[in-house]
Design a protein around this ligand. Structure first.
Ligand SMILES: *[C@@H]1O[C@H](CO)[C@@H](O)[C@H](O)[C@H]1NC(C)=O
Length: 954
């Protein structure tokens, strides 16, 4: 009691000192009423004011009004009462993955007039969806999927003219699809909506033709797994923006509209398991189709349609039980990307002939239960061929394994498991080992892909891309996820791809509540953009209960005692800290008097002020302020010299600040010399130095911030930017020009020493900018005569000659640059799984073969894209010269630049033209956008209602 009183009086003293007073908060009262009776609330939800005392999952505006509530996966139980609607400034509500949240939505939910995102994925809500959702006229995202809602789809949703994402799938909705009729609204009015996700309900009746019109912007129309009847209306063919169409697993009948092939952007078309009749549709012209499934319908008997072989992008064809008759054309398996062809349960007859032209991606041909009497197959194939129940297998002459009826279902042949390259430790109960072999409590769940275009489920390439893009997203949002594992991949009965994902925490063995709610939001809100094969997806999280890590049960009294003790300690420290800070300031001031460089400031006139051209001096306080006190959220990278922070200057300019760590700093005179040197360097392909900080014993460099990240991130698919061949050539040329400037025009010349794809940044127009030049001199190991430790840190790029002789020349940079060119070609890291890319390329290259025999090693994206690889041979020749063993055999930077310019000219490009394409034109380039996917669309503008810090605010 005594202790308590002391601590209380300390509180009052401190409050008095700081002149702040706690106020009762109007939203606090409403929120308290709302959560009355809820269980498992965050421990930080104490006191009366959710805004003042930093309640987890809550953010407020400057007027102490709640604007976001994000509480995904908190294990909450309770109901949503009408008290919710008192939170009238609320913009984002995400309560996803709380199965214990049950009961109906409040009928007056439409009063939340500011709401832009209503995200209640995977909860236990039930009852009818209130009509008043149609009054939420700012709504952009409505995700009520995977609950137990019943009744009709409210027609009032048609009033939501800003709606972008509509997901009501996986409920028990009934009735027909509402369309407008003059007196009432309907879904046909949603001309700005991109996503209609209605799969896995019990919608019935015919699909109203007026649902679709040419003015719509829909990209995904998913009505699979319902009870729809009648014909597929021909109006669907008017919606030319569509990329994924699913009406499978309904009761659709009649012939398909003949204009279906107007949908030239569609990549996934799934109409299987209906009662469709008439001819198999002619899909000629659907030139982007990747996956088509027309299986299990009642189409007229027909020869194998010819349009298959004209669609170059097709990977998966499922024509099971579609009435196919006659002989398969010999060219059928020749389309270049084909992976899976399921043609079972038809009446294909004659000879199955597969010639040497078959797709090299081929994984599975399933021809079971047809009438094939003879087989002529090119030897040496290693895909799976299924031929059971064909006359061929019964003629007694063959004992082919393809004829064994092993009852395999398509797809069940390979379930993916994330490979592990380390010694797996034994973890305590509840913990799992990550792919980096640390024990931790992961956040887990099932990712369901609703229109998957993957046919080779065991192909590692897909999952690597999934994992790297996930990690990339979390890193960009400063969320503490270290590793992602993917396991138990399978195709489920609804035609969805299902995968078990586990997200492992960085730094600790568990996630805290804030991290979980944010990660949950990234997935529930579709902030994460997967590679196209995995779109569209839904994530269904499993409960997370390890917010405090390992549970040590101890006596409650002891805990209370400890809390009181700790609070007193904290208070004392805070109060004492304030005093100490003042004292320290004095000490620093005194120290500065003795520092010869104290007069480095913007107006300084002392003779020791560096002779700077354009570079500014920053005080420690300025830098501290613009990086939000070097907060974790602003920490964007690390290197041998220390950490890199993002900061925003007073004028709004975004900068990158490199802060050298203790031990890698050098004397003030050397620092001054280097700053002078760097400040004189200006080239459009070099990252610009804005200024520096030499204050309070810190050495920092302030650079312009380059928005599109590193070349490595783009190549590895982490940034969402896709670089085609021409753009890769431009990036190579730009970086070579930057390097040429350092080698030949800077005075004295600068050897970069750390050229790598991580030091080549891409600006908003995807121009290359070389970063970190001169840093190894500035922040490196200052031991005289010793090669810098920093260069050693980047294995894979290091010139072998330099390594042996310690003699550094420009040719060392050329070697490293050659490795970057190899990365551009292969999108692989220089050392991957213990293999050195330079060695691999030298062993593989064969100039007598197609693509120099490098097809297997190249980035598949280059091979699959439609642009020609103009100048490919010249580029490889140049690359191989750059990575010659001896420096004397490598070209100079000038020669490299010239050759790259030649390649550009070959491709009909002006090598001197400024790039004007912005990254905005690339799909999924929403690296910096924290609100919603596809945010290249101006429709989606999340300004305030997001729980993440925007990159431009501090
Ligand atoms: C294959 O089927 C077609 C169509 O039913 C028929 O016209 C043809 O004669 C058959 N060919 C053989 C070799 O059985």
């Amino acid at each position: 009691m005594m202790l308590l009183r002391i601590s209380l009086s300390l509180v009052f003293i401190c409050i008095h000192v700081w002149g702040t007073t706690a106020q009762t908060n109007e939203d606090g009262v409403a929120l308290k009423a709302l959560i009355e009776g809820w269980k498992n609330l965050p421990k930080s939800w104490t006191g009366e004011d959710p805004c003042g005392s930093r309640w987890e999952g809550i953010t407020c505006n400057n007027y102490s009004r709640i604007i976001t509530i994000t509480l995904a996966s908190m294990g909450l139980t309770g109901q949503l009462t009408e008290d919710l609607t008192s939170l009238s400034e609320l913009q984002t509500l995400d309560l996803s993955y709380n199965k214990g949240l049950t009961g109906p939505l409040p009928s007056n939910i439409g009063d939340l007039s500011k709401l832009t995102s209503l995200i209640l994925v995977g909860c236990g809500f039930s009852g009818r969806i209130p009509d008043s959702v149609g009054s939420l006229n700012k709504l952009i995202s409505l995700s009520l999927n995977s609950n137990s809602f019943i009744g009709q789809v409210p027609a009032s949703i048609g009033n939501l003219k800003h709606l972008y994402w509509l997901d009501l799938s996986d409920n028990q909705l009934t009735g027909s699809i509402p369309v407008s009729d003059g007196s009432k609204p309907g879904l046909d009015l949603l001309v700005n909506t991109k996503h209609f996700h209605f799969g896995m309900n019990q919608l019935s009746g015919e699909i109203p033709p007026s649902l679709f019109s040419s003015g719509m912007k829909l990209i995904h129309v998913l009505f699979d797994n319902n009870k729809l009847t009648g014909r597929l209306p021909s109006t669907l063919g008017l919606v030319q923006t569509l990329t994924a169409v699913r009406f499978d697993r309904n009761f659709l009948s009649g012939a398909l509209p003949s204009n279906l092939n107007n949908l030239t952007k569609v990549t996934e078309l799934v109409l299987s398991n209906n009662r469709l009749t008439g001819p198999v549709p002619d899909l000629t012209g659907m030139d982007m189709l990747v996956s088509v499934d027309l299986s299990n319908n009642n189409f007229e008997a027909t020869d194998v349609p010819l349009w298959f072989s004209t669609i170059q992008t097709l990977k998966t064809v499922n024509m099971e039980r579609t009435g196919l008759v006659g002989q398969l054309p010999v060219t059928f398996f020749d389309f270049p990307q084909l992976q899976t062809a399921i043609l079972k349960n038809n009446q294909l007859n004659g000879t199955l002939e597969i010639d040497s032209g078959y797709s090299r991606y081929l994984q599975l041909i399933d021809l079971q239960n047809n009438s094939i009497s003879n087989v002529k197959v090119e030897s040496g194939y290693n895909y799976t061929l299924r031929l059971a129940d064909n006359p061929f297998c019964h003629n007694g002459l063959v004992a082919l394994s393809s004829c064994n009826n092993n009852g395999q279902e398509s797809g069940s042949d390979a379930s993916y498991k994330t490979p592990v390259f380390c010694v797996v430790p034994e973890c305590t109960s509840g913990q799992m080992s990550s792919s980096t072999c640390k024990c931790a409590y992961p956040y887990t769940g099932i990712m369901i892909v609703r229109a998957p275009s993957i046919s080779a489920l065991g192909n590692e390439k897909y999952y690597t891309a999934l994992q790297t893009t996930l990690i990339g997203t979390f890193v960009n949002l400063s969320l503490p996820v270290e590793a992602v594992s993917v396991n138990n991949v399978s195709m489920n009965a609804f035609g969805y791809l299902s995968m078990h994902l586990a997200f492992f925490p960085a730094n600790q063995d568990h996630f805290n509540r804030t991290a979980i709610s944010m990660i949950g939001f990234v997935l529930s809100n579709q902030t994460y953009q997967p590679p196209p094969e995995f779109k569209p997806y839904v994530f269904e999280a499993e409960g997370y209960t390890h917010f405090e890590g390992k549970h040590n049960t101890s006596h409650t009294g002891a805990i209370i005692g400890a809390i009181i003790g700790i609070s007193i300690l904290v208070l004392l420290l805070v109060c004492a800290g304030g005093y100490a800070y003042h004292q320290k300031k004095r000490v620093v001031k005194a120290k500065q008097q003795a520092n010869p460089f104290v007069s480095w400031d913007s107006q300084g006139t002392s003779g020791d002020v560096p002779q700077l051209k354009g570079a500014r001096f920053f005080t420690f306080n300025e830098v501290q302020k613009c990086t939000n006190n070097f907060s974790e959220a602003n920490h964007v990278g690390s290197g041998g010299y220390g950490k890199v922070y993002r900061g925003v200057l007073g004028d709004g300019m975004i900068v990158a600040i490199k802060r050298s760590q203790q031990g890698s700093m050098q004397g003030s005179r050397e620092f001054k010399n280097e700053i002078e040197l760097l400040s004189r360097i200006h080239h459009k392909n070099l990252v610009k130095l804005i200024g520096f900080c030499f204050d309070r014993g810190e050495q920092m460099l302030v650079y312009e911030f380059i928005p599109n990240g590193t070349l490595m991130d783009s190549l590895l698919g982490k940034s969402g930017i896709q670089l085609d061949w021409i753009r890769r050539m431009k990036v190579a040329l730009g970086s070579a020009r930057g390097l040429q400037y350092l080698h030949q025009l800077a005075d004295p010349p600068i050897i970069h020493r750390d050229i790598k794809s991580n030091n080549i940044l891409l600006d908003e127009c995807l121009n290359a900018k070389v970063a970190d030049f001169g840093l190894s001199r500035l922040f490196g190991d200052t031991d005289k005569g010793y090669v810098t430790t920093q260069v050693k840190g980047t294995m894979g790029y290091l010139d072998p000659e330099y390594f042996m002789t310690n003699q550094l020349t420009e040719k060392s940079d050329i070697f490293s640059f050659g490795v970057v060119l190899l990365e551009i070609l292969t999108a692989r890291k220089p050392i991957q799984l213990g293999k050195f890319i330079v060695k691999q390329i030298k062993e593989t290259v064969d100039t007598t073969k197609d693509l120099y025999n490098l097809g297997e090693m190249m980035d598949p994206m280059l091979l699959s894209s439609s642009t020609m690889l103009v100048g490919f041979e010249k580029f490889v020749d140049l690359t191989l010269k750059c990575v010659e063993e001896f420096g004397a055999d490598r070209p100079s930077t000038g020669e490299v630049v010239k050759e790259l310019e030649n390649i550009m000219k070959l491709a009909g490009m002006n090598p001197d033209a400024e790039s004007t394409t912005t990254s905005q034109t690339y799909d999924g380039s929403s690296r910096q956008s924290f609100g919603h996917p596809y945010s290249d669309d101006s429709l989606v503008q999340y300004n305030e209602g997001i729980p993440f810090k925007k990159s431009t605010s501090n």
